[in-house]
Write a protein that binds this ligand. Structure first.
Ligand SMILES: Nc1ncnc2c1ncn2[C@@H]1O[C@H](COP(=O)(O)OP(=O)(O)OP(=O)(O)O)[C@@H](O)[C@H]1O
Ligand SMILES: [Mg+2]
Length: 505
């Protein structure tokens, strides 16, 4: 046994009804390294992690940790071994304070009572050590996702974890927050703590990871040091075919669109501190991107346009007519669709099937005299399962059993199948693998060809460059710039976010 190896998972297999999620998978993680686990949506990454951390019990295989065989049949056992997890969906208790969350179940005691002062001080010191300054008495749910993650990591460190597992920790962070997380990861490395890191963003893998294990359809298809593999080789391994055509591509602005009518136009709309007077328009068949940092007001603007919130001032025009949208139903009636950012809160209904989830919004249309046309429903569901390559054994599978990225695709399908005039997409490819991402962006392009307009919020500049005819840049609740396809590049967008520049085709 190599003394540098911390974790060795050997021949792990795991079946779910109708799905072979893992087939004889091996994973070896060295001490003090950051090890990436890569693979398409549904490849088995989260399942492998859950086997390691005791959420699932493997059907076959063995796990060795620090040279000894371990049995992680529940999460507590895994923790006791020194394995801590930051899940794809955070599992902290939002109503409690930061310090309560860090020391949950392990509060510092004095004379049989919780010593709050000591507990608070220790939590504060831990977070400060990671470079995070916060009031540890603050309620967790009021903190940004980034801080919540840091709390989760602080908790891991405080239980003397030797291995911290991070399943898509960056998917809801902005660039600045990602930097902070990476600093924390570097500190963990210095303490010889290992990290398993899952992300669909290649740049991150190449920036922070030392080695990679690649899964495809539940099988181990390769391991390598990061320095020995190129992005292209990595993606090709993940998708099992040559990836040269899916990486980076650019659009040009079709000038005909400039003269088509507006499907939507906002005039100086104002709502609270986040939307401070915005004029924005989307023309028929145009794909408009909203760029900006987290908190710049993009989601709030989208909610106003969809009638989820009401503006205090200003006007919204749809197809040239002034409208008043009191609720999303009004917006849907006007031909709008909205795919929200947080699928857990506003999106999927976990226990319902893939079929029901996809056709949820269009059900009234499929219903004739109180009866749903099953044939029609299944036809549409099949079409979108294929178009978006949703990985599910059948359409009656409960959505909660799909992988994270495939759940996201179900929500996209729900709104795409409505054939809206304007589709608003908030972070449409969050958690979606590189291959499927290109397919989704291509699908957005096809929608535009069919004259469906798209307003798309994304934190990934590459994605905006790939899909948009035009990008509006937002900062602090205002539109500070506008870029047309030819002028869109990363630098232009970043400059605009920082300074507010315009550029016209
Ligand atoms: N509890 C479950 N019941 C049934 N099937 C499941 C369950 N959990 C996962 N699966 C299936 O196992 C396969 C692997 O899923 P997993 O969540 O491990 O993928 P992943 O690689 O993490 O994908 P993503 O990048 O989308 O998060 C998928 O086909 C998924 O539908
Ligand atoms: Mg996953």
């Amino acid at each position: 046994m190599d003394e540098h190896v911390l974790l060795h998972m050997k021949g792990i297999s795991k079946d779910f009804p109708g799905v072979k999620a893992l087939k004889q998978v091996d994973l070896e993680v060295k001490k003090g390294e950051v090890h990436a686990l890569m693979g398409e949506n549904g490849a088995g990454k989260s399942t492998l992690i859950k086997v390691l951390t005791g959420v699932h019990v493997e059907d076959e295989g063995e796990i060795y940790f620090e040279g000894k065989q371990i049995f992680t049949n529940n999460t507590l056992q895994a923790q006791k071994c020194g394995i801590s997890t930051i899940y794809q969906e955070l599992d902290l208790i939002p109503e409690l304070s930061i310090c309560e969350n860090v020391f949950l179940g392990r509060e510092i005691m004095k004379n049989g009572m919780i010593d709050w002062k000591a507990t608070e001080e220790k939590a504060k010191a831990l977070l400060l050590d990671m470079g995070i300054k916060v009031d540890v008495r603050g309620i967790l749910s009021r903190q940004s996702t980034a801080i919540q993650q840091m709390v989760s990591i602080a908790r891991a460190i405080s239980i003397n974890a030797r291995l911290v597992v991070m399943d898509e920790p960056t998917s809801s962070l902005d660039d600045k927050e990602v930097k902070v997380l990476f600093e924390v990861i570097k500190k963990l490395k210095k303490q010889n703590i290992s990290v398993i890191f899952i992300s669909h963003r290649l740049d991150e893998i190449f920036e922070i990871c030392d080695s990679i294990t690649i899964l495809k359809d539940g099988e181990h298809v390769g391991s390598s040091a990061v320095k020995d593999i190129t992005k292209l080789e990595l993606v090709s391994k993940m998708i099992g075919k040559d990836a040269s055509k899916i990486i980076s591509r650019k659009k040009s602005y079709n000038k005909d669109k400039m003269s088509s009518g507006n499907i939507i136009e906002t005039k100086n709309i104002i709502c609270g501190p986040k939307v401070r007077g915005i004029d924005i328009e989307v023309k028929k068949g145009e794909v408009v991107g909203l760029a900006g940092l987290l908190g710049s007001g993009r989601t709030e603007l989208a909610r106003l346009i969809f009638g989820a919130d009401s503006p205090q001032k200003g006007e919204i025009h749809i197809n040239g007519k002034k409208v008043k949208l009191n609720r999303p139903k009004d917006a849907i009636r006007h031909g709008l669709g909205f795919c929200p950012e947080d699928r857990k809160v506003e999106g999927i209904i976990p226990h319902m099937s893939v079929k029901e989830n996809i056709t949820l919004a269009m059900l009234p249309r499929l219903t004739k005299m109180g009866v749903v046309s099953k044939k029609e429903q299944e036809k549409i569901v099949n079409k979108y399962i294929q178009a978006l390559k949703i990985k599910t054994p059948h359409m009656n599978q409960a959505v909660k059993n799909l992988s994270g990225g495939n759940q996201q695709k179900v929500i996209l399908a729900r709104w795409m199948c409505m054939n809206p005039e304007l589709l608003i997409l908030d972070e449409p490819t969050r958690g979606i693998d590189v291959g499927a991402k290109t397919e989704i962006l291509d699908l957005i392009e096809k929608l535009a060809e069919d004259n469906i307009s798209v307003l798309m919020i994304s934190s990934e500049i590459e994605e905006l460059m790939h899909a948009c005819d035009r990008i509006a840049v937002m900062r602090d609740g205002k539109k500070v710039g506008e870029l047309y396809a030819e002028a869109i590049d990363e630098e232009a967008i970043m400059n605009s976010i920082a300074e507010g520049h315009n550029s016209f085709a």
